[in-house]
Design a protein around this ligand. Structure first.
Ligand code: SF4
Ligand code: MG
Length: 310
């Protein structure tokens, strides 16, 4: 008899050692709420991570999981999805991991349009190694652990994702958990490469992008606002219409440069187009089964491989 799914079905017992007040707690809760909302059984989900504070996430979710190498979460998650395309694959990582050392994978995973979800915990610093400037920290910003303000321009992850070809692009906020859970659920439900940049507070090393800064920093008013409340339409309604496709990309990139007094969150861009799995299956019908590697995982004895790793 199937076990009744509850929110706690996605919670692991592992001791959590993120700093008190870290925005990562909000993202973890939102991931679990999204999986529960979609009623995806834990054994059908695999969560992959890179290195950094966010890298601990798979330990805290009761699904399959793999804590991989620095910047290498996307190729690992890609391999898992190709091996078992019925698996719900979620890759997570920090801004340093994904937009720094992993930036080549970030770009090429977008254009591949494999059906998976990538969540980036974006706090502007390398938290695990004591708060050095990450690729998203804006020029002139000096966090607690920097001897001087950073002299480099910050990158724009949303604009980069549009250029890379992600087919679902959103931005969330770690401390608006319900809203973030809904965005993550939409990202998982989307067939194709889904990307969510998540503004995450790091109270230990980034004392500039704080809860107060996001929620009251615009003369007492929130900086964050929701795109859908402004009539913004992120969806490409006719993917064969080149003019609409370009217009929606330009719209998303334009919005992504709004930063400061007002910062938009929500879905920036969404288009349905054939996934990597669809393309492969149309070229080689023999691959239209569970695994694009054309192996039956149920019949495969992997014990020699496991033995070699002991
Ligand atoms: Fe969170 Fe920052 Fe602590 Fe890492 S260093 S656990 S990102 S508060
Ligand atoms: Mg970071």
């Amino acid at each position: 008899m199937a076990t009744k799914l509850e929110l706690k079905s996605y919670r692991a017992d592992t001791h959590n050692n993120w700093c008190p007040g870290c925005g990562d707690f909000g993202i973890l809760a939102a991931m679990q709420m999204a999986l529960f909302q979609l009623k995806i059984e834990p054994h059908r989900v695999a969560v992959f991570s890179g290195i950094g504070c966010s890298g601990k996430t798979p330990h805290y979710v009761n699904t399959y999981g793999f804590h991989t190498l620095h910047g290498r979460v996307l190729p690992t998650a890609t391999g898992a999805k190709i091996a078992n395309k019925d698996l719900t694959v979620i890759a997570v990582g920090g801004d340093g991991d994904g937009y720094g050392i992993g930036s080549g994978y970030f770009v090429n995973s977008g254009r591949r349009n494999l059906d998976f979800t990538y969540l980036v915990f974006n706090n502007g610093v390398y938290g695990l190694t004591k708060g050095q400037a990450s690729p998203t920290l804006a020029k002139g910003i000096q966090t607690k652990s920097l001897p001087d303000p950073t002299i480099l321009e910050g990158i724009n992850p949303i604009a980069l994702a549009v250029g890379a070809g992600y087919t679902f692009i959103a931005r969330g906020y770690a401390l608006d958990v319900r809203y973030l859970a809904n965005l993550i659920a939409q990202a998982i439900s989307h067939r194709g490469s889904s990307f969510v940049d998540i503004l995450q507070t790091c109270p230990t090393y980034n004392d500039l992008y704080t809860k107060d800064w996001f929620e009251e920093g615009n003369e007492g008013q929130p900086r964050l606002y929701k795109l859908e409340n402004t009539g913004y339409d992120p969806v490409v309604h006719d993917p064969n219409d080149a003019d609409e496709l370009i217009a929606k990309k330009v719209q998303a990139v334009g919005k992504s440069y709004e930063w400061g007094e007002q910062i938009p969150i929500g879905v920036y861009y969404k288009v349905d187009r054939p996934t990597f799995e669809d393309e492969m299956a149309s070229r080689r019908p023999s691959l239209a089964n569970t695994s694009l590697l054309n192996v039956d995982l149920n019949d495969r004895d992997i014990s020699p491989l496991l033995d070699s790793l002991r």
